[in-house]
Design a binder for this molecule. Sequence first.
Ligand SMILES: Cc1cc2nc3c(=O)[nH]c(=O)nc-3n(C[C@H](O)[C@H](O)[C@H](O)COP(=O)(O)OP(=O)(O)OC[C@H]3O[C@@H](n4cnc5c(N)ncnc54)[C@H](O)[C@@H]3O)c2cc1C
Length: 399
Amino acid sequence: MQYDVVVVGAGPVGATAARYAALNGASVLLIEEHASVGSPVGCTGLLSTRAISECDVKPTNDFVLNSVRGAHIYSPNGNCLPIDGGKTKAYVISRKIFDRKLVTMAVDAGVDVSIRTRAVGLNKNEKQQELSVLQNGVLKTIYANVIIGADGVRSNIAQMAGLGQVRMVLSGIQIEAPYLSNDPDFVELFMGSQAPGFFAWTVPVNEKVSRIGLAVPAGNESYALQYLNGLLNSCQGVSARYGGGTLDLVYGGIPLGPLEKTAACGVLITGDAAGQVKPTSGGGIYVGAACAKIAGEVAALAAIEENASEDRLNEYEKRWRAKLGRELSIGMKIHEFMGGLSDNELDDLLGSMNTPAILNLITEYGDMDHPSILIKKLLSPSNSWQMMNMFRAFAKAIL
Ligand SMILES: Cc1cc2nc3c(=O)[nH]c(=O)nc-3n(C[C@H](O)[C@H](O)[C@H](O)COP(=O)(O)OP(=O)(O)OC[C@H]3O[C@@H](n4cnc5c(N)ncnc54)[C@H](O)[C@@H]3O)c2cc1C
């Protein structure tokens, strides 16, 4: 088997990279280790309107389960900061159907797909890459000019290409369960020691069912499960509305902070594999899809030119960092700052934001995908002294 571009991993990012490579004239193979695209699911499926359109799809009823327009953010002391975007800001989706839709779009663009095909080895040079795969248990070699590693948070391809691994991975855990939502137009976020270092969430699928989860730094599945049990049984806001039982259980790693290098001779890394995830929310679809388009285009053109040198492929690195690098690095600083606050400090910070003027500012400038826009507005001297005081250390760090 010989292709211009082989993409490893048929998640949303791999499917998008493969499609863009094909649209730019390359012969493309997309491989997936599992026997089914879109399964198992490791995601809440909360996608901003921008994330959906970045994937070049319209929000249709076949994969959209609910739409939300804001968030109720709970301080550790139980007070609520209500953020109402006033219109649909995000959709709750079926990731399984969404992922399949993206792979179908790749096939329509001319991509070949091979499921139950796991990349297990890589031999690379400037002209041709040899990818060893186990296809239905049989060892085979696939030849390509460029390999795109879109193989998720524990990327083998990045490691085999000598690009290392993302430096920090949060442990995420979530159940879908009976839960009486106060208002299915709003997600709920719980800050503080219920999910130290990140946050917990409930995302309504409808009035009676929500996705309830959290992420915590490092640890393992049982560590994250301990916190989830705490949330379900001891957090008053949640336990009173949790109907018991579990319809679905999801575990997964959330990478924080991009790889230092995402291009090597013959190889590009994109999506979770490259740590292209918003550190403020753990959302990876918007950033991943935006980077995947660049990866697909650069890989196709380099393959057609028969120049897969690191120099040539560095175009990808430069373009995605110019588009999203600063947002990710500010997001990382926000994540570190928020994660370092005690429960009392979070109570003070969120309490100080609960004024009509600041809520209006959040409604006007709040953007799930670009939190830096709001942060700059919040740091303006006209805002409350208490909040400025809280943010002073943060302001020094990022401005
Ligand atoms: C609990 C949780 C909740 C989340 N919620 C959200 C959310 O609400 N919104 C959001 O935007 N993001 C969310 N995310 C993040 C989101 O799921 C990821 O950012 C997104 O799936 C990344 O897409 P990807 O294509 O890069 O990787 P993946 O979706 O992980 O796809 C990688 C694919 O590669 C395949 N693969 C791996 N190794 C190989 C190999 N060697 N050979 C062949 N195939 C291979 C895997 O089977 C997989 O199909 C969440 C993550 C977690 C853990």
